[in-house]
Design a protein around this ligand. Structure first.
Ligand code: ADP
Ligand code: SF4
Ligand code: MG
Length: 443
């Protein structure tokens, strides 16, 4: 049995109307029947464009939203059915790292207090002395100096804050960490460092991750398995290499065709599939195959009436498309949308990638990410990664955290973590600092 198994999970949010009495006039089908398995010690990457239900799925695993139907089984226990008190204990084993590191850290608490909170709630450490020692060890693992303990979130740069968010999850010794867009709010140069850190921690501590991202490049190198979501459902799932080598679902093909390839020869020949139409509303999803309104290969009748189920097409590759084989063999030809030659200039006008997530800053539109920077390179030597890590911290502390300047990556390294921690990040926004901490929900 896998460590985490989701079976037929649905999360439908009621749409209410009415002045005096609330009437349910419909539902948002945010998650509509997702089944997936996350193996112990592995990473499952979940991708899909904004609004397809990724965050809701992640939150449903932690029961931060009500599960309408289906089961979420962690290590043999169905969390969907657990009473509140027992679920609270299970939450220690499932931690979440959020997209917005500043918004998820209480600005009025120092780092020791933020990291102790969950430990106290779950009875970890016999006294504060013991907790502090453990926190120091974890801060060291995530690359922060121990003098960070007495500092406040606004004193750190974006990348450092995300390291704090990761440390907050780690001190609770979780079995599974759900990382929801863990690098979307960070500079491109810092993104790779945080992804590398997650990988290193996984190797060292045997962690299991569910990594959620709208950017294929982010999950590519870290994931063992990748699931692609469209309008509340999985449309394709495969081992990471197989998915990238040969995407089989038309939606995945279109997503993938928008990702630039570092090899200039391959890049010159790359063809992009341009989809027609906008993402339909999850409150009113299309009949049949949910992708049929935009699918370049959609066939009359069947695609609009019969909903395809995920089925195994060999090699652990599962696809929810009636015609996956015929599309792969070239038997079916395009009947809407178009395939164009991919040029660097053309990348910007792809509807799949130039609409950043509602909750995502415009700077991180995936197609604009330089190919080198977006490859966090599993195989990058550790020493090199560390060097770059310090460079990103140094440059980050001096610059607004969200300024998207590729030049940052080239800045010289500055190994002095302690002095860096003393410099407040200029990007900090007072309004953001007031946000209610999401950590409270997760503890
Ligand atoms: N609490 C909620 N009430 C109603 N609709 C919601 C709620 N949370 C999310 N949604 C809707 O569910 C859909 C999926 O949202 P989300 O899970 O945030 O997608 P993603 O993380 O993939 O961008 C969106 O249409 C969103 O507006
Ligand atoms: S089932 Fe039809 S509409 Fe859906 S992805 Fe396959 S070909 Fe396209
Ligand atoms: Mg989201």
């Amino acid at each position: 049995m896998s460590l985490l198994e989701l079976d037929g999970v649905k999360v439908h949010f009621p749409i209410k109307k009415g002045v005096l009495v609330d009437r349910t006039v419909g539902h948002v089908y945010a998650v509509d029947g997702v089944s997936l398995k996350v193996e112990a010690g592995e990473t499952y990457g979940l991708v899909g464009e904004s609004g397809c239900g990724k965050t809701t799925l992640g939150r449903s695993v932690l029961r931060l939203v009500d599960i309408t139907e289906g089961s979420v089984v962690l290590d043999g226990t169905d969390l969907a059915k657990l009473p509140g008190e027992e679920m609270r204990r299970f939450r220690r084993r499932l931690q979440m790292v959020f997209q917005d590191p500043l918004g998820s850290l209480n600005p009025r608490q120092n780092i020791e207090s933020i990291l102790s909170e969950g430990m106290i709630a779950h009875g970890i450490g016999k006294d504060q002395e013991e907790r502090r020692e453990k926190i120091k060890a974890i801060l060291d693992k995530v690359g922060l100096p121990s003098n960070a303990l007495a500092r406040y979130p606004h004193e750190f740069s974006g990348g450092q804050r995300q390291r704090i968010g990761i440390a907050r999850a780690l001190v609770l010794e979780p079995d599974v960490i759900i990382c929801d867009e863990p690098v979307s709010a960070l500079d491109v140069s810092v993104q790779a460092q945080v992804i590398n850190l997650l990988e290193e921690l996984q190797q060292e501590l045997g962690l299991t991750y569910l990594v959620i991202a709208h950017d294929l490049a982010v999950v590519r190198h870290i994931s063992d398995t990748i699931g692609v979501m469209y309008l509340g459902s999985l449309v394709e799932e495969a081992p990471s290499d197989a998915l990238y080598a040969e995407p089989k679902h038309p939606y995945t093909k279109a997503l993938m065709s928008a990702v630039p390839v570092p090899d200039p020869e391959v890049e010159d020949k790359r063809e992009r599939i341009l989809l027609t139409g906008d993402l339909p509303s999850p409150a009113n999803p299309p009949s049949g195959c949910r992708f049929h309104t935009r699918c370049p290969w959609a066939q009359a009748e069947r695609c609009a009436t019969e909903r395809p189920q995920l089925r195994d097409v060999g090699g652990g590759h599962r696809v929810a498309c009636h015609y996956a084989e015929d599309i792969a063999s070239g038997k079916l030809s395009l009947n809407q949308g178009e395939i164009v030659s991919a040029t660097r200039e053309g990348v910007d006008d792809n509807p799949e990638t130039d609409t950043p997530a509602e909750d995502t800053p415009a700077e991180d539109a995936p197609a604009k990410v330089p190919a080198q920077a977006e490859k966090p390179a599993k195989d990058a030597p550790v020493a090199e990664a560390d060097k770059a890590s310090d460079a990103d911290k140094a440059s980050e502390a001096e610059k607004p955290a969200k300024a998207d300047k590729p030049a940052q990556a080239e800045k010289p390294a500055d190994g002095d973590k302690a002095s860096e921690a003393e410099k407040p990040a200029k990007a900090e926004k007072p309004a953001e600092a007031e946000k209610v901490t999401k950590a409270d929900e997760a503890v």
